[in-house]
Write a protein of this length. Structure first.
Length: 106
């Protein structure tokens, strides 16, 4: 399994700002290794974020997204202490789910 995502969710007014750093190689399938063989495609295809069981973000990605992608989004209605859960699934069936508690903005 890959390294955990680094998730920060901060409440500012009535809006929760979420920032996520994902650890993933994100191979396009077009690069060649030292021996000239094509490196197989391996990239995150789906990203979902939920809050209180409701989907607040759903994204479909492709091979053009960079290695170790960064994602930032906002949603309304969160409270300090509640959890934001982020899940990704890659094209080889790999999956990662991590969560973070919402904190007050400094």
């Amino acid at each position: 399994m890959s390294d955990p995502m680094r998730i920060r969710a901060q409440l500012s007014g009535s809006t929760v700002d979420v920032r996520v750093l994902m650890a993933h190689e994100m191979e396009t399938g077009q690069r060649r290794d030292a021996s000239g063989k094509t490196v197989p495609a391996w990239f995150i295809q789906n990203v979902t974020a939920t809050y209180n069981g409701k989907t607040v973000l759903s994204a479909q990605w492709g091979p053009a997204v960079s290695k170790n992608p960064f994602l930032s989004f906002r949603f309304s209605g969160g409270k300090v202490g509640d959890k934001v859960v982020v899940t990704w699934v890659d094209n080889k069936g790999g999956k990662r789910t991590d969560e973070a508690a919402i904190t007050a903005a400094a």
